[in-house]
Write a protein that binds this ligand. Sequence first.
Ligand SMILES: Nc1nc2c(c(=O)[nH]1)N[C@H]1C(S)=C(S)[C@@H](COP(=O)(O)O)O[C@H]1N2
Ligand SMILES: [Mo]
Length: 556
Amino acid sequence: MKRPGFLYGAFAGLLVTAPMAALAFLAQRAFGAPFLPFDLFDWLARTLPGPVVTFGIDATVDTIRALNLGDVSEVAKTAEQALAVGLFLLAGVIVGAALFAGTRGRRSAVPAALVVGALLGVLAFLASFAVDAATRDRPVPYLSWAVGAHLLWGLAVGWIRDRLVVPSRAEQRSAEAPPNAAGRPDATARRVDRRRFLVRVGGATALITVVGAGVGALLRSDVRSARTEAGASGVPDGPWSSRNPLPNAGATPEPAPGTRPELTPVDEHYRIDINLRPPTVDAGTWQLNVGGLVDRTRQLTLDDLRAYPALDQFVTLSCISNRLGGDLISTTRWTGVSLQRLLPDLGLSDEATHLRIASVDGFFEIVAIETILADERVMLAYDWDGLPLPEPNGFPLRVYVPDVYGMKQPKWIDSIEAIDGWEEGYWVQRGWDAEARMRATSVIDTVATDMMIDETERTLIPVGGIAHAGARGIDRVELRVDDGEWREAELRPALSGTTWAIWRYDWPFEPGEHTLTVRCVDGSGEPQIAERNPVRPSGATGLLSEEVMLAAEEAG
Ligand SMILES: Nc1nc2c(c(=O)[nH]1)N[C@H]1C(S)=C(S)[C@@H](COP(=O)(O)O)O[C@H]1N2
Ligand SMILES: [Mo]
C-alpha cells in the first residue's frame, strides 16, 4: 500500500488549520472565546528567554521604523498578531506532517490523529489558562472548546490522510469491489484522484476560512467595553480635558505650529504590553487582593479605592523601548489614590520593605515602601483624563511611579503582596535595567516653514518640540544650527513636574541646507546625555538632529 508522505501531511495540516483559525476568530468575536493563536503566542512571549523575546520585539520595531509604517505601538501589535496566526498555521503544518509520517504503516491515521488532537487541545488550554484571565474565569467551557476544536482538527487530518492512501496494484487486483465505475483504476488514476480530492478539500477549507474570518471581522466584538460602561455610570460628560482648560492655558510661548498636542488624546496614547489583546477585566467582580506580610489579607473593590481622596496629576509616560524621537511617549491626566495615603490601611507588618504588584496577565513589578513614603505621587490610578482607564491601558487599575519608565508600572493590577526584600520585576528578569530611570530626551517636532513670521528686518521660522526628563523636570532646552553656537529656546511651563515641557525657538534662518540639533538640561542641572546608546538595557540616549532645506525665495 502506498501511504502519502509528510509533504502531503504538511499540506493537510495547512488545509485544516486555516479554517480552524478562522472559526476560532469567529468564536472570539461572537462569544468572546479566548483566541487560541493569540494565547499561544502570548504564552511563548512569556516563556521564551528574555533575549529571544527582546530580539523579536527589536526586529519588529526596526522594521516598522525602516519602512515608515506609522504608529509604532499600533503597527507592532498588528504585526505580532499576524505573526501569531502565522506560527499557529506553521504548527498545524508541522504536526500534520509528523502525523502522516508517524502513521505510515497504519491502515487508518484517525485514532492517532484524535489522540494528538486531544493532547494539543489540553496543551492549548493550559497555555491559555496561564496567560488569559478570561480562560481562568471560565475554565470548563474553554477546556471543552479547546479539546473539541482540536479533536475535530485531528479527525479532519486523519480523514484526509486515509482518503489519500493509494492501494498497490496487487491490492487493487484482489479488491472485491472496484473503487469506482471505471472499473479497476491503476495507481496513476488514483494519484489524479488524490489531486482532485485535495483541490476539493482545499476549496472547501478556503471557503470556510474566508467566510469565518470575514463574518468575524464584521461582527461587533461581543466583549463590552468596560470603560464605556463604567464611564456611563460614573462620570457624566466625557473627558476632563473637554470640560476644563489645561493649567498652563494662556502661558507663553505658544507651541510652534506643528508641535504635538501637549495633552495626548487618550485614544492616541501609546500602548505597550505583553498581550496581543488587552485583558478584559470585569469591574463588577474585580478586586485588589492585598496579602503577604500583612496582619490579615484584604480585598479592595474599585469603590473602596474611589472612596479615598482623589489625586489628580499630569503624567508623561514613556516606554524604555522608545527610540530617540519615537512615539512611545504620551501625556495625560491620571487620577487615583496615593499609595502613601492607602498604606496605613493595608496593615503592613514591620518586616515589609517592598510591595510586589502583580497583574492579571502575569506581569509584575516591585516598589520599595521607602519610595512610597518619600513621594505621595506614587499612586494606584483608575482614571485617565477623567474617565475610567481604557482597556488597553490597564482597566480597572494601574500603578504610577514617577521618574521611571513604563516597564515599572503594571497595568490591570489585581494583587499587592508585601514582601521583605527587593526582587527583579518582569522585564528586569529579562535583562532590562533594574532601576529604569527615565532618560532626559528632547525632540524637534516641527520646523514650521509654512508658518514663517515676518519681521521688518528678518523672517523667523518657528521650531519646536518637547523635552522630558522623568520627574526631574526641564531646566533648559538649546538648539544648534549646523556647527554654530547653542542657543537657548523658550520653555513653556509644563503641565506638571513629571510631564514633558514644550519648547520653541523662532529661528532667524539663512537659506540653504541646515542641520538643527536639540539638547536639554534636566531640572537637577544634569545635561542630556549626548552619547548614543540603544534602548537596551537602560533607555536610549543621544542627541536628535533634523535636516532642513530652505530655498532662497523662502527668505522674506
Ligand atoms: N500588566 C502589564 N502592565 C504593563 C505592561 C504589561 O505588559 N503588562 N507593560 C508595561 C510597559 S513596558 C509599559 S511601557 C507601560 C505602557 O503603558 P500604556 O500601554 O498604557 O502606555 O505599561 C507597563 N505595564
Ligand atoms: Mo515599555
